[in-house]
Design a protein around this ligand. Structure first.
Ligand code: PHE
Ligand code: ZN
Length: 883
């Protein structure tokens, strides 16, 4: 907690550092409550800083300063100024010099989980974004790149494993075996946010990887003793990622070792520290009995993501934190491409777009909207957002769409060649694509600076005499906080025109203008495109593959939607047609205030859905995606204002029930035929069959007959893997009754000894739409396995309740919001980063109907009134109330 009022940092104020640090020698003597850190820095004035050579201000927080020396001479208190956030030397030599600094930290007391902390008896560090300053005084900014040599010392019994970045150079015993040490050296210059150190009693699983140039790399994943077998999938994922980056981007790994450590308390998913990735253990550990297919998939993609950072993030890093999307958006794009190649590209795209819409579009539509590259921040931790990550990835994907795959790859090659070893900017990144392809991306760059989700309002007019089709497009750019005026953007729209038989018609623009790859470039506020030689009235298939992160408004009759659902050559858009149809149906049902009793669109939609899902030439994973309705949050976002979550919940239930009834025989058939035979395998095909079976079960259970409930209970108790068991648990917990109680008790009994798997049990209860859920959640906070200091527990219980239980969180009496406010305040005293994240659950509060809106405002104001808020929570709450 920083006592002074936090001040915003602005991109336009960027200045190169006055000093550089070329080399760092760290000597860390681990102790649970008093770890000693000795740091020797090779410092010099920065020639790029325009001859400025003023005081040297080093960042530092929560540190106890010991001795300090300059070029071997001890400094005294009058040689420096010390505050809560900095150590400043007013006089420094004109040339290079050596600075020795000793600090002491308390890892045990560190509940913010930034800097050096201790979890489950393991020492570990987290330095991104600004955690290194909690370890020692330093120029804690990403444009200061140094090589590091790190000596770690500890008690060998308690802490036998000692790891840091780079390659191991030496290890040995001290004091007759009372202490031991290891020395690690990382030859690649890096910013301090990529520094890492781990000490603990952990067990490795090991393997080797032969790189494309024939070097052998030793791989190891460190986990709790006894959990080694559960790291096999992560290891497999790592090797496939390493191969993929060689084949797809020509990128080879560069050190002799690559280590991963799984820890139980971690603020985020994982961290890409050079040669020493640190992971939240829920994203490493998996076995068929303990992990769902979704977890296997997440492990594969996060392992890949962190590995891919070695080039996009580490070898080329960010000049400043405003450029965060330079590494995150690009690396998400790369991990999405990897998952698409390893699995089904179409299904992957559907999953990614669903995620983007649910999280990023929602963020973009509310008070926390910000550009992919923000222009100011108070607390950088608050900008690890869906916008920076997921929309950032979409922007990279659009560059690929605009340039074509070949020129895109050339641009990437140029980027790696030109900026290796540097701290780069978005301008430099984009310039590589312009230079490699000769394309002007000037207008395109607005994607980095303009927030909000553009809307494309489209109309298609067919002239049957002239055989022409006129596509009229208007881009509507919504107002977002701090941005009321917006310029028209460059939006790549991939499209097709379907004839009456459902086949694609040839796309010919008037004047013979070309349509490369089926992609139209929309660049003006209003624009029209005339297609010629169109033999019959076409049905447009717009934004194929989701070629841009925008909303499309086009009023198509149901017949046309059904034509797309059944025939679109672009499978993504077939799914989109089905999903949009479902959304439109749900919105209509909400509007009628739960009418929908008279046969109409819901029945029509259900029948069309049945026809699409029945086609066996489509892969099971894809059919499962068809069966999943838009989430309640999606419907709320589409409604946009005066949202009543209870009405949406009711419509959702009714439509699920109606589909369950209408498609009963088909769903029962799928439930039987998709059952697994033989041994469990986590591969995409097998997972797809399980997904389809679970999706069928969801809709069958929505009917709520005694047979359905019996099937559900059986699904739980007869399950041979966690994918089946966890899904049944969730559905049972949503229903309640003796079957739910029985299954929950069973699950608790099976997994109470496993801190990762038990989170499924917390989450299933927190997500239940039953009236008693808030009381249950409060009671579960007193369960011995729950701890407010453990981010995974907080996310499983409080996070699930606030973000995945729209009905109960949005209770009309405001008790859900009051509960959240109370927890945010409690969390803020320990872990501000997690507190601010939880508060994000209220980001759509202004879209609620008046009663709930007033309750939400009260909860927010209560937080805002509290003294001693962290800068994290302070920033979020004020942005939420301001906008
Ligand atoms: N850089 C990490 C990633 O994307 C995320 C992270 C941010 C982890 C901040 C910890 C702290 O993979
Ligand atoms: Zn990342």
């Amino acid at each position: 907690m920083k006592p002074e009022t936090p001040r915003p940092v602005h991109l336009k104020d960027y200045r190169p550092p006055a000093y550089l640090i070329d080399k760092v020698d760290l000597d860390v003597s681990l102790h649970a409550t008093r770890t000693r850190v000795r740091s020797r820095l090779q410092v010099r004035p920065n020639p790029q800083a325009g001859g400025r050579h003023g005081p040297l201000r080093l960042d530092g927080e929560h540190l106890e300063l010991g001795e300090i020396g300059l070029d071997g001479r001890p400094l005294t208190k009058k040689d420096y100024k010390l505050t809560d956030t900095a150590l400043t030397l007013s006089k420094t030599p004109a040339g290079p010099f050596t600075l020795d600094i000793e600090t002491f930290v308390d890892p045990q007391a560190n509940k913010a989980l930034q800097g050096l902390y201790r979890t489950n008896n393991v020492y570990c560090t987290q330095c991104e974004a600004q955690g290194f300053r909690r370890i020692t005084y330093f120029l804690d900014r990403p444009d200061v790149l140094a090589t590091y040599t790190v000596r770690v010392e500890a008690d060998p019994n308690e802490t036998p494993v000692l790891l840091a970045n780079g390659n191991l150079v030496e290890r040995g015993m001290l004091q007759g075996g009372k202490r031991h040490y290891a020395v690690w050296r990382d030859p690649f210059p890096k910013p301090c946010y990529l520094f890492a150190l781990v000490g603990g009693d952990l067990a490795p699983i090991t393997s080797t990887f032969r790189t494309m140039s024939g070097r052998n790399v030793d791989l190891a994943i460190y986990v709790e003793h006894g959990k080694e077998e559960r790291a096999a999938w992560a290891m497999d994922s790592l090797k496939r990622s390493m191969r993929w980056d060689e084949q797809r981007f020509g990128r080879e790994y560069d050190l002799d070792v690559f280590n991963i450590v799984a820890v139980s308390d971690f603020n985020m998913g994982a961290m890409e520290n050079k040669g020493l990735n640190v992971f939240n253990d829920r994203l490493i550990l998996a076995s068929p009995e303990s992990a769902t297919d979704a977890t296997f998939e997440a492990i594969e993609s996060v392992v890949a993501h962190e590995y891919f950072h070695n080039w996009t993030g580490n070898r080329i890093t960010c000049r400043d934190w405003f450029q965060l999307c330079l590494k995150e958006g690009l690396t998400v794009f790369r991990d999405q491409e990897f998952s698409g190649d390893e699995r089904s590209a179409t299904v992957q795209r559907i999953i990614d777009v669903r995620q983007l819409r649910t999280h990023q579009f929602t963020e973009d539509a509310g008070p926390l909207a910000h550009p992919v590259r923000p222009e100011s921040y108070i607390e950088i931790n608050n900008f690890y957002t869906a916008t920076v990550y997921e929309k950032g990835a979409e922007v990279v994907r659009m560059i690929q769409t605009v340039l074509g795959a070949e020129d895109f790859r050339k641009g990437m090659d140029l980027y790696f060649e030109r900026h290796d070893g540097q701290a780069a900017t978005i301008e430099e990144f984009v310039a590589c694509f312009e230079d490699a392809s000769g394309t002007d991306l000037g207008q395109f760059k607005l994607w980095y600076s303009q927030a909000g989700t553009p809307e494309l309002v489209v109309a298609l007019r067919y002239d049957k005499d002239k055989k022409t089709a006129l596509l009229e497009v208007e881009q509507v750019l919504p107002v977002t906080p701090g941005q009321s005026q917006k310029k028209p953007m460059h939006i790549p729209v991939r499209l097709g025109l379907l004839g009456a038989n459902g086949h694609d018609l040839a796309l010919k623009l008037e004047n013979g203008a070309e349509l490369a790859d089926g992609v139209l470039s929309v660049t003006k506020r209003r624009q029209s495109f005339r297609f010629v030689d169109v033999p019959s009235r076409p049905v447009p298939s717009l934004l194929r593959g989701f070629s841009a992160p925008v909303n499309v408004t086009l009023d198509l009759p149901d017949d046309d939607v059904e034509l797309l659902m059944a025939n679109d050559a672009d499978l993504f858009n077939r799914w989109q047609a089905a999903n949009g149809y479902a959304a439109r149906t749900l919105i209509e049902m909400v509007g009628k205030s739960a009418g929908g009793r008279k046969a109409g669109r819901p029945q029509r939609y259900a029948r069309a859905l049945g026809a699409a899902v029945a086609s066996e030439e489509l892969e099971p994973a894809y059919r499962a995606e068809l069966l999943k309705l838009p989430t309640q949050a999606d419907v709320a976002r589409l409604i946009g204002k005066n949202v009543d979550p209870a009405l949406i919940h009711r419509a959702h239930r009714q439509l699920s029930k109606l589909i369950g009834r209408t498609l009963g025989p088909l769903l029962e058939d799928l439930y039987v035929t998709m059952a697994g035979k033989g041994d469990f395998s986590p591969d995409a095909q097998s997972a797809g069959r399980r997904a389809l079976r679970n999706a069928a079960l969801t809709l069958l259970s929505a009917r709520g007959t005694p047979e359905d409930t019996a099937r559900l209970a059986k699904h739980y108790f007869k399950a041979t893997n966690m994918t089946e068991r966890a899904h049944a648990l969730l559905l049972l917990a949503a229903r309640g009754g003796p079957e739910a109680a029985h299954a929950l008790a069973d699950f608790h009994e099976r997994w109470k000894g496993d801190h990762v798997v038990i989170d499924t049990w917390f989450a299933a209860q927190a997500q239940s739409p039953l009236a008693g859920t808030l009381g249950k959640v409060k009671a579960l906070m007193r369960h011995p396995l729950f701890a407010l200091t453990a981010p995974n527990k907080v996310r499983a219980l409080i996070g699930t309740f606030a973000m995945a239980n729209p009905l109960q969180f949005n209770r009309p009496d405001g008790a859900g919001y009051a509960f959240l406010a109370e927890q945010v305040l409690a969390l803020d005293r320990m872990n501000p980063q997690i507190a601010a994240r939880m508060l994000g659950a209220l980001r759509s509060w202004r879209a609620l109907e008046a009663g709930r809106r007033a309750q939400a405002r009260k909860a927010l104001q209560r937080i805002a009134r509290t003294k001693q808020l962290s800068s994290d929570v302070q920033e979020i709450v004020s942005r939420m109330l301001e906008a």
